[in-house]
Design a protein around this ligand. Sequence first.
Ligand SMILES: [Zn+2]
Length: 256
Amino acid sequence: MYYILESLFYILIFLAGASIFSFLNVVIYRLPRKISFITGRSHCPSCGAELKWYDMVPVLNWFYLRGKCRTCQAPISFRYPAVECLGGVLALLCFWKFGSDVQAFAAFAFLGILAVVAFVDADTMEIPNGLVLAVAVTALASWLLGGEPAWQERLIGAVCVSVPMLLLTLAIPGAFGGGDIKLMGAAGLFLGWKLCLTATFLAIVGGGLYGIFLLAARKKGKKEHFAFGPFLCAGMAAALFWGNSLIDQYLRLCGF
Ligand SMILES: [Zn+2]
């Protein structure tokens, strides 16, 4: 009986995360198009049919409709259920890492904003200032609610990556986008300097591998750019959950 209740509890956490990310799908679509994401019901982008409440059941609905609009049969991107699944998994990870502490909600809010940043940046090569501000506000809330790290580590976090990125970009124009620099300033306030550096290291490894892949596949010339924001966001998510144990293992490897 206990195991049934426990499984039900985890399913509920997954569904809560998936439902919130279902709303973030709307934000990702509407934000670059400057459509309000608070008012107005969701429409099919092809035929304009309004979605019914039962079309909003995360993940399962997409499979039920076989990835097509109910009215016009236009294909619905696999990205929608994928983002919803991501939300469910991140909610479970937040519970695993922070338990039922209020910091679990702060971490989930942080990751939700990062998900929007990652997809908007991938779509448009831009990170809106509003999202950077939202990251900073979440960091402030996490600190006011008594979360780790201490304010000194947060302040160092705000500059330890963003300032070197800015200096590098002043020396080599176009090295990083302004949005990436501002994002790492705000996110450093949430993560503190240790996790901020770890996240950046992971992002550079991930982005570097992707760059090599693009060159090998000859998809882009050497001078073209790809959005780095998604790699920074993925690096920050990984650092949030596993950064401290990564740092411990690294220090042990170095003999500390
Ligand atoms: Zn349609």
